[in-house]
Design a binder for this molecule. Structure first.
Ligand SMILES: [Zn+2]
Length: 250
C-alpha cells in the first residue's frame, strides 16, 4: 500500500509509491489467483469466484441492453476473463472484449462463450478511429488506469455517433471509507485512482467535452432499468464496494 494523495487542482485522489509514482501491479496469473497470498488481485477469479461473476455479468448485460435499446456492437474495455462479453454474446450482441492481461485474454478465449477477444492495452494506437461500437463498457476498470482522461478520450473515439459509454467504478468518500478509515478495502489494492461523483464527472467532461453524463449508485441504476439484482451483486456493490455507474454520450 502506498500513500493517498489528493490533487490541489481537481481534488482527484490517487495512490502513489514513496517515489511519487502511481502504484502499479501486473495482471499476471498470480493476480487472478492470489489464494490468500498478500498483494492485490483476486482470491480465485476463474474458480470459486466465477459463478457469482457470471451472475453479476448477466445482470450488467441486461442493464446495458435495456439502457441502449437496439445496441448491436458492444466493446468491453478491460474485459478480464470475458464474463460480460459472453453474457452479451448470449443475448445476441456482437460483443468484443479487450484487455491488457495476457492471462485474462488466454482464459477468456478458452471459454468459448461466443465473445471475441483482443489482447491490447487500453489506449493502443491501432484501434483509434474505429468508431463502430454502439456501446463501450468499462466495468471496474478506470480506477486501474494511469491516465483516466486519456483512456476515456480513447474510448469515446471508439463509440459510434449516438452511442454510449457505460462506466462502473467504486465510489470514494462514502460510508465504507467512513467506517474503515485507513483500512478502507480499496486502499490495499491495485487502484491508482479513487473517484467521487464530482471528480468522476470532471474527469469525464475533461476527456470527452460532454456534460451529458448521468451518475448514480449502481444498484439503484440497475433497478431503475427494471433488471433484477442477484444477491451476489447486491452484496458486492453495497457491502463490499459502494460503486457508481456513469452513462455518457460522448
Ligand atoms: Zn488534478
Amino acid at each position: 500500500m502506498g500513500t493517498v494523495v489528493r490533487c490541489h487542482g481537481c481534488s482527484l485522489v490517487s495512490m502513489v509509491e514513496h517515489t511519487g509514482e502511481l502504484v502499479r501491479c501486473s495482471y499476471d496469473e498470480d493476480y487472478y489467483r492470489r489464494a490468500g497470498a498478500p498483494g492485490p488481485g483476486y482470491r480465485d477469479y476463474f474458480g470459486a469466484e466465477a459463478a457469482p461473476r457470471s451472475e453479476i455479468s448477466s445482470a450488467l448485460a441486461d442493464m446495458v441492453l435495456s439502457l441502449t435499446l437496439g445496441a448491436r456492437r458492444v466493446l468491453d474495455l478491460g474485459c478480464g476473463g470475458g464474463f460480460l462479453v459472453n453474457a452479451l454474446a448470449e443475448r445476441g450482441v456482437d460483443a468484443t472484449g479487450l484487455d491488457g492481461s495476457d492471462h485474462a485474454i488466454e482464459r477468456a478465449r478458452a471459454n468459448t462463450g461466443g465473445g471475441q477477444f483482443t489482447r491490447a492495452d487500453i489506449g493502443a494506437s491501432g484501434l483509434v478511429g474505429e468508431a463502430v461500437f454502439d456501446v463501450v463498457t468499462m466495468i471496474d476498470v478506470i480506477e486501474h488506469l494511469p491516465d483516466p482522461v486519456e483512456a476515456l478520450r480513447w474510448a469515446a473515439g471508439l463509440t459510434a455517433p449516438g452511442g454510449a459509454i457505460v462506466l462502473l467504478t467504486p465510489r470514494y468518500g462514502g460510508r465504507l471509507l467512513a467506517e474503515q478509515g485507513a483500512a478502507y478495502v480499496h486502499f490495499n489494492s491495485d487502484h491508482m485512482y479513487y473517484f467521487t461523483e464530482d471528480t468522476l464527472r470532471t474527469t469525464i467532461t475533461r476527456a470527452t467535452g460532454s456534460d451529458m453524463v448521468e451518475i448514480e449508485d449502481v444498484l439503484a441504476f440497475v433497478c431503475k432499468q427494471g433488471v433484477s439484482i442477484p444477491d451476489s451483486m447486491a452484496r458486492k456493490y453495497s457491502m463490499e464496494r459502494e460503486s457508481m455507474l456513469a452513462v455518457l454520450s460522448p
